[in-house]
Write a protein that binds this ligand. Structure first.
Ligand SMILES: O=P(O)(O)O[C@H]1[C@@H](OP(=O)(O)O)[C@H](OP(=O)(O)O)[C@@H](OP(=O)(O)OP(=O)(O)O)[C@H](OP(=O)(O)O)[C@H]1OP(=O)(O)O
Length: 281
């Protein structure tokens, strides 16, 4: 019997529920005014078709019919890319580890405390991943403490920690709030933030989360919103480029000037070398 691929016919990892996956692709391209922040979200339902790991990192598994099934690594439930090097999902299970391994994660941020699934600790340790666990209560039970969100944000917004996966139980509420705050920090429009939250939380979007994201005060993060910094940086970069160019032009002129003088330099008047074909006054 030959191999057959069951990936396309089984878009969800075993043990994860189909209802958790967004039903349609979510493209948030162009949501943001700042093109430097335009992101292409590939939520779970559409992820496999765009999964670069599908071909390169397939593994095989024997089943009881004696068939050998080629299985591409499966992402965790509600998995998606948030931005370059930053990913979100529900709680990874054992069958998701090969996929996570392919992301070469440097950091995992877990937003809930509970007994770790089978092999999770070993997976994290063997891949030398820094594991940050935050004991966040369910968001319908209590507001996320300001200090906790600030600490989480400091980790998930720092590219030095990337590639980074942030996850909770189902990748809906806690993760939705953390990603929403990150979007706010990156100065996304509130409507886009809410749309993204709902794309992952529906049909269980919570009013408490929507209120949290709507009311969230960026000042509580104690940092300048990044988009402002980026725009400032871009302006400084433009000014810097202008001055560099101007400096090069001036330098070139200074170098060329003596050469030009040399070329048009009048002959030595005192010279009386033979062969001169014009007299000097
Ligand atoms: O139906 P409900 O509103 O009672 O919520 C249930 C459960 O729903 P279910 O029973 O239909 O599965 C939620 O799961 P989903 O809505 O994500 O499917 C779960 O949210 P969760 O997974 O932690 O959320 P994430 O932060 O991981 O995204 C929530 O836990 P808490 O948030 O800690 O309160 C649970 O509340 P409870 O039973 O009181 O502990």
């Amino acid at each position: 019997m030959g191999d057959f691929n069951i990936v396309s016919g089984q878009p969800q990892a075993a043990g994860a529920s189909y209802k958790d996956a967004p039903k349609s692709p979510v493209q948030l391209d162009g949501y943001n005014n700042d093109t430097s922040q335009v992101l292409s979200l590939v939520p779970y339902g559409n992820y496999l078709s765009a999964n670069p790991f599908q071909e390169s990192q397939s593994c095989t598994k024997n089943v009881n019919l004696g068939h050998t099934i080629s299985m591409a690594p499966q992402p965790p439930t509600n998995f998606s890319k948030v931005s370059e090097g930053l990913y979100r999902s529900g709680y990874p299970q054992k069958q998701d580890y090969p996929f996570l391994q392919s992301l070469k994660l440097k950091t995992i941020v877990t937003l809930v405390t509970k007994d770790l699934p089978e092999g999770y600790q070993e997976f994290i340790q063997s891949n030398r991943i820094t594991h940050r666990v935050f004991d966040m209560a369910g968001t319908k039970k209590e507001d996320i403490p300001v200090d906790m969100m600030r600490a989480i944000h400091a980790v998930v917004s720092n590219p030095r920690n990337y590639p980074l996966l942030v996850h909770c139980n189902h990748g809906k509420h806690r993760t939705g709030c953390v990603v929403g705050v990150l979007r706010k920090y990156h100065q996304w429009d509130l409507k886009c933030i809410i749309d993204e939250y709902k794309a992952f939380a529906e049909p269980k979007a919570r009013e408490t989360d929507l209120k949290y994201l709507t009311d969230f005060d960026l000042a509580s993060l104690g940092r300048q919103p990044q988009a402002v910094v980026l725009r400032g940086t871009a302006l400084l970069g433009t000014i810097g480029r202008f001055f560099r160019l101007a400096f090069l032009v001036v330098l070139t002129m200074l170098i060329l000037h003596p050469l030009t003088k040399f070329k048009i330099k009048e002959p030595d008047r005192k010279s009386d070398e033979p062969g001169r074909d014009f007299p000097f006054p």
